[in-house]
Ligand binder design. Sequence first.
Ligand SMILES: Cc1cc2nc3c(=O)[nH]c(=O)nc-3n(C[C@H](O)[C@H](O)[C@H](O)COP(=O)(O)OP(=O)(O)OC[C@H]3O[C@@H](n4cnc5c(N)ncnc54)[C@H](O)[C@@H]3O)c2cc1C
Length: 453
Amino acid sequence: MKAPSIAVVGAGVVGCAVARELRARVPEAAVSLIDQDVLATGASRRSAGLHFPRGATPRVRSMTRHSQDFYDALRTARPSLPIRPLGLEVVASETSESELREIYLDRAGLTRADRVSEPSVRLPKKARVWRGEGCLHADVSSLAQALVHGLRPSVTVREGQRVTAVEPLREGVTLRLGSGETLTADRVVLAPGPWLSAPAWADLVAPLGARVKKVVALHIMRPPDDAGRAVVFHDEDAFLLPLPDRGQWLFSFTRNDWDVNPDTVSDGLGADDVREGLEVLRRYAPGLAEEPIAGRVFCDAYSPSREPLVAALADPRIVFAGAANGSGFRLAPAIATETADLLGLPTPPQPPPRPERAGTPGTTGTTGAAASAASVGTAASAGTAEAAPPAGSGASAGSGASAGPVANAGPVASAGSAGAFGVGAPAGSGVGAAPVVSAGVVGGRVDRLRSSQ
Ligand SMILES: Cc1cc2nc3c(=O)[nH]c(=O)nc-3n(C[C@H](O)[C@H](O)[C@H](O)COP(=O)(O)OP(=O)(O)OC[C@H]3O[C@@H](n4cnc5c(N)ncnc54)[C@H](O)[C@@H]3O)c2cc1C
């Protein structure tokens, strides 16, 4: 059988993680990674880069475990990568304990504390503090580049190439590039970050219902302690992240400014951005709110369910991956796994489960992620194993663009659930048939930390 060709469009942290996963699963595949700019310069370059061990739904918790295992293993395998662990403190109203216990992973090991360790943070009346572990901070742009670096030259990286059209043909999906070239692949993964409305795929992606929201974080010019912890303000969808290398704190808060354009949104902080951010910051750390303010402004794609979207589009050879609701860094490895599952790529055998750190017998870790990360660029990654809702029906090469929806892959759709890869154009793939909508929503709750995680 001929080696499959797969084009990944968008080389942010999601596209880079997907390219890496595809290559790991099918080493002989011809993978192209295409970006209109240089690697990881979209939302990934502006990311605060905080991972914390929580998720509002079973699927997001499962993805969180998977990604955390992946990043932990990656750090161990390559200590020079820009990922560092840091402690966690959660500030929430005293009635929130049961909710926190549900949404934070057991491995966070949350325990009550008397106060926040950072002296400038004060507790509002009736607020409480929980202390835990399992946070990671990364320079997301550098990390994304590192994920792909080891894959060259077997993954062809095409920077500075805007995709201007996506044309599903019988023999493959043809991408038209701004340079005038065309590229035809058996399968295409769209990982466009907030560029949901790019003319090349706006119509294809619109049925997913994803939207683009502004994301703002303030930089506070007070050097944090080297051992500073991330402080999550649970009731505010906000957090303080110590960045000792930059001599700053980063304050991320929720900004409800929707349907912004990624090509124009990054004009710097506006007066409303600063006013809204300081209003929240003053409630918890009035001293920090007095420091000179700077910040970062961009946007991200958000899904209707507030869970990431991994979905086949009208033509099932084209898969969308992203819309991670301000959590694209922390969930990228899991999104990549779901994407490869949806494409029907084989998963390798899994090593034995790893126990949870916080002592929850019987809870399995996401060992495939660890195995994958530990041998960057070579090992194949498997899926997450626990808390998996039923796998979605998946895209099936050859299934044609069905009238019915193609569901999201579940957290770990089994490889067998989707069509075997390597089949060329699905006969009667129904180009132009009714769009296939992502579903796969688990439960009604949404991830409350909407803004930047
Ligand atoms: C200020 C801020 C703080 C954040 N903080 C966190 C955090 O703490 N933790 C966390 O997990 N997440 C955080 N996020 C969210 C996270 O950064 C994003 O979810 C993630 O970077 C999205 O990655 P992506 O690969 O989907 O998109 P992107 O990084 O935007 O990549 C998409 C790529 O597609 C390319 N592209 C677009 N159109 C075309 C085209 N026509 N042809 C070719 N290429 C194209 C773009 O050039 C871009 O490189 C934050 C985001 C922001 C803005």
